[in-house]
Design a binder for this molecule. Structure first.
Ligand SMILES: C[S@@+](CC[C@H](N)C(=O)[O-])C[C@H]1O[C@@H](n2cnc3c(N)ncnc32)[C@H](O)[C@@H]1O
Length: 472
């Protein structure tokens, strides 16, 4: 008898096919697309969900779970990476990206949801078996078992440096933001630990869906008849939809009489429209209009005053979106594709001008969970000349006595005050207007004369606005 045949016989485990869980597979596919193709989660997810619903194996709860898994994993990636790094024996950059995505999804289920531990681990291992193979599924199993030994708070205490040693690094790990972003937000916000912690925490909250009732086309009363609709906090045109509210189900939105628009964006358009003006108020310009949210509100406000709006956008396909947003506007308007730094209109043509310039978008991190990982400090240098140039041309485009609004959806000082002060230094023919009194009832707008909104204070994106008058 051979050595082998004398050993007690241990029956091999019968092979079991991995269980395919459509929710986790879809979440994994979305993360891969974000990672591999630099796609945006808010663009990738809807078609994937639609396809899954059409196949018939997805209901509303599945869609909600898949959405939560994708957004939650992307938002918390910084914290989860630190946890995973302490559970694997090689640098994270040496872990294959698809393996890292499965691990991050698993860590989110373990530390960021109420999914029971055994279900979170076994669902992740099954996912790994389907998308990575049995060998790498064992690695996933081993790592997640280590992660499951503590909760989120316990892990943070282990992996984040103490606040007193390095406040920015501590906050970066605890609130899952790149360190340079923590630093930039803190510079702009000022103050002590409490404020920045509140802001970073607010960036990790799911934002409410806010609608705008475009004046002359819809009313807030009409929108408030929707289930789970409540009035906006600051804008007279805003209505908020509670969790689960589906804007596509609202008739006024389907008809373009209302739209989805953050209250911060509504306030920017309103402040420009309300700025005091001597003389005619007939010609308005939106110089960076795509995709058209502010243009649609400005167009409706202009119409109520008998003014006309020119909405200009450099990218032709985005100009098409502006056309769609303005379709049905009650007053005169025109949409053109033009470079705002070399405009086709004559200087001094407009009474009011908005330039909502391209920027890093660091004020809208709630909506674009992947943006904080994709942005680099060098992006600021790329935007800087364009932002200055667009503001200079906007100042040339407005008539003497007219008003320009310079807006960004970033609170980064290099994109806000630095641009305004650099440009105005060379423009003795301009003056800043105090924008704060134009937003009646909105508290804590900063020390002025410009306005900085904040997610943790106002529940809006961190929009910035400076209003500038041409004096000569
Ligand atoms: C922050 S977005 C504007 C958002 C828009 N105001 C809204 O509320 O929907 C900036 C826009 O400026 C456009 N843009 C970039 N460079 C431009 C230029 N040189 N001239 C005009 N538009 C430009 C971008 O394509 C982008 O659509």
């Amino acid at each position: 008898m051979s050595e082998q045949s004398r050993r007690p016989h241990k029956p091999a485990k019968p092979y079991r096919r991995p269980q395919k869980d459509p929710v986790r597979i879809l979440a994994f596919e979305a993360l891969r697309a974000v990672d591999e193709r630099d796609a945006y989660a808010n663009l990738v997810l809807p078609p994937l969900l639609r396809k899954a619903r059409e196949k018939g194996d997805f209901d509303t709860r599945d869609a909600a779970l898949a959405t939560e898994l994708v957004y939650g994993t992307l938002r918390r990636q910084g914290t989860y990476d630190a946890v995973i790094a302490s559970c694997v024996d090689r640098p994270l950059r040496e872990v294959d990206p698809p393996v890292l995505d499965v691990l991050s999804l698993g860590v989110h289920q373990l530390l960021g949801t109420r999914i029971p531990t055994h279900a979170a681990v076994s669902a992740s291992v099954e996912l790994a078996r389907v998308v990575l193979g049995d060998g790498r599924a064992k690695f996933v199993n081993a790592v997640l078992r280590k992660v499951a030994q503590d909760d989120l708070q316990g892990w943070i205490e282990k992996v984040a440096p103490p606040y007193d040693e390095d406040p920015e690094d501590h906050l970066a790990v605890v609130h899952s933001h790149p360190r340079w972003v923590v630093s930039a937000l803190w510079d702009s916000l000022g103050g002590g630990r409490a404020g920045i912690e509140d802001l970073l925490a607010a960036d990790n909250e799911r934002p409410e869906v806010t609608l705008v009732a475009r004046p002359g086309r819809a009313t807030t009363e009409e929108l408030l008849r929707e289930d789970a609709a409540v009035p906006g906090r600051w804008s007279p045109y805003a209505v908020r939809l509670a969790e689960g509210g589906e804007p596509g189900a609202v008739e006024a939105v389907r008809e373009g009489r209302a739209g989805v628009q953050d209250e911060g964006s509504q306030l920017v358009a309103l402040a420009l429209a309300n700025a005091p003006l001597d003389g005619p108020d007939e010609k308005w310009l939106d110089g960076c209009a795509g995709p058209g949210g502010k243009a649609a509100l400005l167009g409706a406000l202009a119409a109520a005053r008998g003014a006309a709006l020119l909405a200009s956008e450099k990218q032709p396909h985005r100009a098409g979106l502006v056309e769609k947003a303005l379709h049905g506007n009650p007053g005169p308007y025109q949409v053109i594709a033009a470079d705002g730094t070399r405009p086709p209109w004559r200087p001094g043509s407009f009474d009011r001008v908005l330039v909502d310039v391209p920027c890093t978008g660091l004020g809208a991190l709630r909506r674009r969970p992947e943006a904080r990982w994709r942005r680099r400090p060098e992006d600021l240098d790329n935007f800087a000349p364009l932002q200055r140039s667009l503001l200079r041309t906007a100042l040339d485009s407005v008539r003497v006595g007219g008003v320009v609004g310079y807006a960004t959806c970033s609170p980064h000082l290099a994109e806000t005050r630095a641009v305004v002060s650099d440009v105005l230094k060379q423009r003795p023919d301009t003056e800043l207007i105090d924008a704060r009194p134009l937003l009646t009832g909105v508290p804590d707008l900063g020390e002025g004369p410009d306005i900085q909104l904040w997610p943790h204070v106002h529940g809006t994106d961190a929009m910035y606005l400076a209003l500038i008058r041409r004096t000569a």
